[in-house]
Design a protein around this ligand. Sequence first.
Ligand code: ATP
Ligand code: MG
Length: 519
Amino acid sequence: MSLSLYSTYRQRQLEALLEISRALTSRLDLPSLLRTILGYAAEMVRAEVGYIALTMPTGNLRMATGYGLPSNVFNALAPYLAQKSPEQDFWNEAELRRQLGIVSETSGRVLEQVVALPLVVEEERILGGIFLFRAGSSGFSAGDRSLLRDFADQAGIAVRNARLVEQLREEKARVETILQHSPNGVMILDPFLRVIIINRALSELVGLSETAARGLPCSQVLPLQNTTGDHLCLNDVAPPAPTSIWYGEGDVVRPGQKRVTVGVTYSPLFDRNGNLLNVIATLTDITRYREAEELKSTFISVISHELKTPVSLIKGYASTLAREDAHPDETTVRESAAIIEEESNRLNDLINNLLDASRIQAGALKLDLGDVALARVAQVAVERFQTQTDSHRFQLDFPPDLPLVHGEERRIRQIYDNLIGNAIKYSPAGGAITVGARRDDGRVVTYVSDTGIGIPRDEQASIFERFYRVDSSLRRSTQGAGLGLYLVKAIAEAHGGEVWVESETGKGTTFYVALPQAH
Ligand code: ATP
Ligand code: MG
C-alpha cells in the first residue's frame, strides 16, 4: 500500500472508531450499535459477509446482527451457533472452516477467507464474537486483525454497557417490588425532607395516595401524636438531618380509624462526598407491643388497688381486736371476724381469678369434662348469694326437661358466681335477678338477667377484656379487677361455647352463655 493510500486508510479507520465512540455514548440501542460496528469493520477489511453473535445466559451463541447476510444463510447458521459455546474450543481453524463452509454453501458465493475475534472486556467472560468472510485467496493480514481487534473491543464495551443497564433495570425493579410490597411502611425523603417515594403500606396507613404524598414535607404526610424518641418528620421546620440512624415512636391518628402506634427509623444516605442524598424512613406497627405495656401497667395499678382495700380492712379489724385495752363484746368479735372472713374470701377470689387469667393467657385452661345439671349448680349459687343481700329477689327459670351440659362443674359454677355477683353489684337499688336456661339447637343457653344500671352499647364489646371496667360512678364505689367477664368468656370458649350480652342503660342487663349439650 502506498503511503498516501495508507494514510487515507488510517484516517478512515479513525473516523470509523470516532463514529462508533459517538454512537456508544449516545443513547443508541444495542442492535443498531452492533450493526454500525459490524458495518465499519466489514468495510475496513473489505469483507463481504459478516455477523456478530452474542453469548446467551445459557452459554451458547446467538446471532445478533448480520452484514450482507441473506436470510437463508442466517437460518443455516443459527442452529449451528446455538450448539456452540464461545468459552469452549470454538475459535480454532476447524470450527472457522465449518462456518465458512455453511456460509459459502448457503449464500452461493465463493468465500475463502474467514476471521473471527471474541468480544472480551477486561478479562471477563467472552461476550460473543465478530465473524467476517471474504472471497479471494489473500487471507486476513495481521493489520486487518489488529484493526478488527479495535472494533471487537468497541462491540464488547457496547454489549457490556447494555447488559449493565439491563442489570440495573432489573435490580431497580427488584428493589421497587420489595419496597412496594413490604408490610412495613417506607418513605424515601429528599435532603429537605420532602417525600420522593412512599410505599403502599405507608400510603394506606396515612390515607394518602402516592401521587398526593409526593413532594409534600414528611411532617404533613406523617403527622404523629404522643411522640417519644427522635423524629425528623414532626415539624415543618426541618431539624438537622441525622448523621446516623434515628429512632422514634408515635401514634398515627385518623378520624374513624383505630389508633396505630408506630416505631419510625430514619436512616440517612450520603453520597461519596458526604452530602446527604436521602433519608429513608421505615415504620413498624408496634401497637400490640404498646398495648401489652399498657396492660401491664393497668394490671399493676388494678391489683395494688384491689389488694389494698381488703388488706387494710382485715388489718384494721384484726388490730382492733388485738388491742390489749380493748374488751370487745361477743357481737363485736363475731361481726369483726365475719368481716375478716369476708375480706379474706375476696382476696382469695381475686388471687384465684388472677391465677386463672394467667393460665388462660398461657393457653392452659384445661377442662375436666363431665355431665352437668345446670339447674342444680345455679340453685346452689343463688342460695349462697341470697344470704348476702336483702334488696335483690332471685328467680330460677329452668325447664324440667333441660338437657345436661357437657362441661366441668367447677368452671360452670365460676360462670354463675361471676355473672350473679355482677348482677348484684351493678343493681345497687336492688331488684329482680333471674337465672335460667333454654335448650337451643344442640346447645344449652343459660342466662343471668338483672334490672340494674345496664351497660352502654359502645362499651358492650370491651367488657370482656381483661381489667376492663365501665367508667361510671359505680366503678369508683364498687370493687372489682375487671377480670370476671374475661374469665366467663374464656371458660365458655374452652367449652366450645360463647357468651354475649343484651343490655340497656337504666333498664338492666342479660348475659347469655351457650354450652354444649351432653350426649
Ligand atoms: P371482677 O369481676 O374482676 O371483680 P368487675 O366486676 O368490675 O371485676 P367484670 O365482671 O369483668 O369486672 O365486669 C366488667 C365490667 O362490666 C364491670 O366493671 C361493669 O362495668 C360491667 N358489668 C358487668 N356486669 C354488669 C351488669 N350486670 N350490669 C352492668 N354492668 C356490668
Ligand atoms: Mg365481676
